[in-house]
Design a protein around this ligand. Structure first.
Ligand code: GLY
Ligand code: MN
Ligand code: MN
Length: 444
């Protein structure tokens, strides 16, 4: 499913390229489109553009290369694309083509991708540096390295040439970390559709239904409301399946007195939502389920309260862990001194993942979390992150050394609560707040 090219975003692409070009000075940056991936035999997965490529161009086809050459005397933004070809387009869909790349996507110059080797050196030879991220496409990496090698072979005679390759990620991903109003509009839309889907399936769920029925209802709404589909494989995990973090089989029949954990969100024009809710299949929590649920909710609320400008990223996780550990001690599931348990990570059999991640064009979005050993990224307006603590008491849970055995009555409970949170100048805004999570609101 390709995202629509929005004319309204054209200015965004231009200003992102300008911002990047200002940073690379006399360098040339190269970006490669995502590859097509094979599903089986000659059937391919739906094409999904590389997020950096999309962020800078809005261009949505495979077999493309974008070049930014701010020092070049004629062309600063160059696209290499698949040329128009009526026969091929009949089979595999429309192509923008070389002229379209200029007219619609604002390239100063465009070439068929078959001319990459011939024309790329025009934009590299006078560059002081090449900016390129070594990606998964090894042959393409080799191609770029070969161009570099050729150009530097002429360095002694010319006295100029790109003397280094620098990764584009630190620059582009720092830009992507801060969402613009145009991006937030799309993220709000992804959140809104995902909220509607979660609210629908909470009503739809009942004992006897299969997990896949819930998945189908969720994904039906994702597409029905104009989303591209799921942002990631939907997790619909009933009972002890919730203790498997990436459970995606979704084929079990749900029973009364069990919980259902749903981790699902839609993509809207490539921007993602990521929501988890856990609720009782039959409408009522058992006392043990409720105790764990209220603990996870408290951890989530306290962690979200720490989302504000200037706070270090790790404070969110540390806050959640402290609440969870104290609660597990109070319930007799952990024993000992809270600081020691945290320091020695003795809570990890119950809580083994971190409390969130950046969210945006990628579900686990670009951007660093830490600058060196001890300096965490501080939260800034425009950052979007998930806050998603959980507790997972697997049937075969093995307590950390010196910790109590887990009573049978707790086993098989898996709970996570996840929201998408925007950092604002004043503090934060929970983009996915409209899916209820208080016990009173979800019991039936
Ligand atoms: N659903 C993926 C995640 O929560 O990170
Ligand atoms: Mn998440
Ligand atoms: Mn999730």
């Amino acid at each position: 499913m390709q995202a629509e090219y929005r004319e309204s975003l054209r200015d965004s692409y231009v200003s992102r390229r300008e911002q990047l070009m200002a940073k690379i000075g006399r360098g040339t940056a190269i970006f490669r489109s995502a590859p097509m991936a094979v599903m089986h035999n000659d059937v391919e997965y739906v094409f999904r553009q590389d997020s950096d490529f999309y962020y800078l161009t809005g261009f949505n086809e495979p077999e493309a290369v974008a070049v930014l050459a701010p020092h070049h005397d004629k062309h600063r933004f160059i696209l290499f694309v698949q040329p128009k070809d009526p026969v091929k387009e009949t089979w595999t869909g429309y192509r923008v083509g070389v002229e379209g790349a200029k007219e619609r996507y604002g390239a100063d110059e465009a070439y068929p991708i078959s001319e990459l080797d011939k024309n790329l050196p025009l934009y590299l030879e006078k560059a002081e540096r090449i900016y390129y991220h070594l990606g998964r496409d090894r042959p393409f990496n080799d191609k770029i390295l070969k161009h570099w090698q050729n150009l530097m072979a002429g360095y002694p005679k010319r006295g100029y040439g790109p003397i280094a390759i620098e990764d584009t990620n630190p620059i582009v991903h720092a830009m992507r970390l801060v969402k613009s109003p145009a991006e937030l509009e799309l993220m709000r839309k992804a959140a809104e559709i995902s909220v509607e889907a979660h609210n629908h399936v909470r009503e739809f769920t009942q004992p006897g239904r299969y997990e896949y029925e819930i998945q189908a209802e969720l994904e039906h709404i994702f597409r029905l409301r104009g989303g591209m589909g799921p942002a990631y494989p939907s997790i619909v995990a009933s009972g002890a399946n919730a203790c498997v973090l990436h459970y995606i089989e979704n084929n079990r029949q749900m029973l009364d007195n069990e919980l259902l954990l749903i981790d699902a969100g839609c993509a809207y024009d490539y921007y993602n939502a990521d929501i988890t809710r856990t609720f009782p299949v039959g409408g009522k929590f058992t006392p043990e389920q409720k105790a764990i649920y209220e603990l996870v909710l408290e951890a989530q609320l306290q962690a979200i309260a720490q989302v504000k400008p200037g706070n270090p990223y790790n404070l969110i996780h540390d806050t959640a862990v402290r609440v969870l550990v104290q609660g597990l001690i109070d319930l007799g599931l952990l024993a000992g001194n809270i600081d020691e348990i945290i320091k020695e990570e003795k809570y990890k059999p119950f809580y083994m993942h971190s409390t969130g991640h950046w969210l945006g064009l990628d579900v686990h979005d670009a951007g660093v979390y830490k600058h060196g050993e001890e300096v965490w990224q501080s939260l800034q307006p425009g950052h979007v992150l998930t806050v998603e603590p959980g507790i997972y008491i697997a049937q075969n849970i093995k307590p950390a050394e010196g910790q109590p055995e887990v009573d049978e009555k707790w086993r098989g409970i898996g709970i996570r609560i996840e929201d998408d949170v925007l950092v604002t100048a004043e503090g934060h805004e929970v983009l996915t707040d409209a899916v209820p999570k208080e016990v009173a609101a979800i019991e039936r």
